[in-house]
Write a protein that binds this ligand. Structure first.
Ligand code: 2M8
Length: 462
């Protein structure tokens, strides 16, 4: 099959885009780790780090490896990788809740030495996927040898991280992971969590500043004060439970099985399985990781909703599915291994007017929340806007599923959107307007990965 070459003007456009992406990552580089964004997010975030390392892999595999290793220096004794590692040099008043708010985590016997302080929540495990990508990108002799040494170093840390998730966050062995807070999902104010949050009785929380609102054009792009009341109350409850997982599991009012988190863990376990072979880990490790993959796929399959034709999260407290139509409904695509008929049905939903086929979309990309969902808001954060990082996950999953045409369309549309609107955190789906932070590291990172010889990879996978 012939690879189509781009006209000269398009190539120049791509080069400009790549240069812009490199510049965003350079500006946000704090020496060994990258802040999620220049003003809004001056710290290191866990799942952002995975995506950032994927982007850096196409520039410098050694630097990309360091990005992950820096994060894993702050791994908890339980294996948990904290959702934020706080930058001690960030100016006070730059982010709330900042290090002082979470400092009590240092009191837990499981916490790593502080400072720097960490949060006591976690986020989806993108890290093994990034580690595998770094090894793939290191193609010449020295870089390959270094990347193999890096895999040997990070493998045990990844293994205990995944083991933490599969034990503490899935005591039922359901294959689905429990989150304690919408921040753990990474899709903070998504309508996915509305019903479960509504049921939380918020007690007295101390007043909280909204520094985040200084860094966006319009407060409606961020979660509301009422959302923050709930977020901070849930943080306080985890604090009261002294971060003890069994206590949280018994007493916490927000316990939700998150399908996107669970699906990312399945994909990460596939990467970990490959890494275990590369580092010649034991046969028992291989068997264990393979069993985690099957358990995850099986758990996800049970969350299919034949009426919405999507996969749904599950509220453990209310003992019922959370019925909202969001991109998380496509999560098993990320996990892979779908039966052909189910894959076809799921792709029909993706192409339907509920998502990519919605009339009036600026580009054929899936809004984070379906415009047909009552919770849809085209400008509010995870309630409707398009997220390049989600487009990357979708593209990556479609390539893995052999759906190359649709994958290429997602990649091209998302690149076009970023070329027009810049390296924004998210975009308005009806107009394409950039929203949120303007120099978001993971947006730059996915652009770099997309631009690094992608058509060839799609053809190889075909
Ligand atoms: C957003 O979340 C943080 C809280 O963790 C915030 O709004 O302050 C989310 O988009 C999350 O997924 C992301 O990891 C983080 C940093 O980019 O920002």
């Amino acid at each position: 099959m012939k690879v189509k070459t781009l006209p000269r003007s398009a190539l120049a456009g791509r080069e400009r885009l790549a240069a812009g992406a490199r510049e965003v990552l350079r500006q946000n580089d704090m020496g060994g780790w990258t802040r999620a964004a220049s003003d809004l997010y001056p710290h290191q975030w866990s799942w952002d780090t995975g995506f950032i390392a994927i982007g850096l892999a196409s520039l410098d595999t050694r630097r990309a490896a360091r990005e992950l290793l820096t994060l894993f220096q702050h791994q908890w004794k339980t294996g948990k990788v904290p959702h934020i590692v706080f930058n001690p040099a960030a100016p006070p008043g730059s982010y709330f809740p900042g290090p002082d708010h979470w400092a009590c985590a240092a009191a837990s016997a499981d916490a790593p030495p502080a400072p720097p302080y960490t949060s006591y929540l976690c986020q989806p495990p993108t890290h093994a996927i990034a580690a595998q990508r770094i090894w793939e990108a290191a193609s010449n002799g020295t870089a390959r040898a270094e990347a193999t040494a890096f895999l040997r170093e990070i493998y045990p840390m990844l293994l205990v991280w995944h083991r933490y998730l599969l034990t503490y966050r899935d005591p039922e062995e359901s294959g689905l992971l429990t989150i304690y807070h919408p921040w753990e999902s990474g899709t903070d104010n998504s309508p996915r969590w509305d019903a479960a949050l509504e049921a939380v009785e918020v007690g007295v929380a101390s007043p909280h500043p909204r520094y985040d609102l200084q860094h966006v054009d319009d407060p409606s792009q961020r979660p509301t004060d009422a959302d923050y009341d709930r977020y901070l109350w849930l943080v306080q409850l985890v604090k009261r439970a002294t971060c003890d997982e069994a206590t949280i599991y018994r007493s916490h009012p927000f316990l939700v099985k998150d399908v996107l988190f669970s699906a990312i863990l399945v994909a990460a376990n596939e990467a970990l399985l490959e890494i275990s072979r590369l580092v010649r880990a034991s046969h028992e490790d291989e068997e264990l990781i393979s069993s985690w993959i099957s358990r995850g796929r099986c758990g996800l399959e049970g969350r299919w909703d034949p009426e919405l034709r999507l996969y749904l999260d599950y509220d453990l407290r209310a003992a019922k599915p959370l019925r909202s139509r969001t991109v998380a409904g496509f999560s098993p695509l990320v996990a892979g291994g779908l039966k052909p008929r189910r894959l076809a049905t799921l792709l029909e939903t993706l192409r339907s007017p509920s998502f990519i086929g919605y009339p009036g979309l600026r580009r054929p990309l899936p809004p984070s929340t379906s415009p047909e969902d009552p919770g849809f808001d085209p400008r509010s954060y995870w309630r409707g806007p398009l997220w390049p990082v989600i487009d990357w996950l979708l593209w990556w999953s479609l390539v893995r599923a052999g759906e190359n045409q649709l994958a290429a369309r997602v990649r091209e549309s998302s690149l076009e959107q970023i070329a027009d609107g810049g390296f924004a955190e998210y975009f308005e789906p009806l107009t394409g307007a950039p929203l949120g932070s303007r120099e978001q590291s993971w947006t730059a990172a996915v652009v770099l990965d997309w631009l690094a010889s992608r058509p060839q990879r799609e053809l190889r996978a075909a």
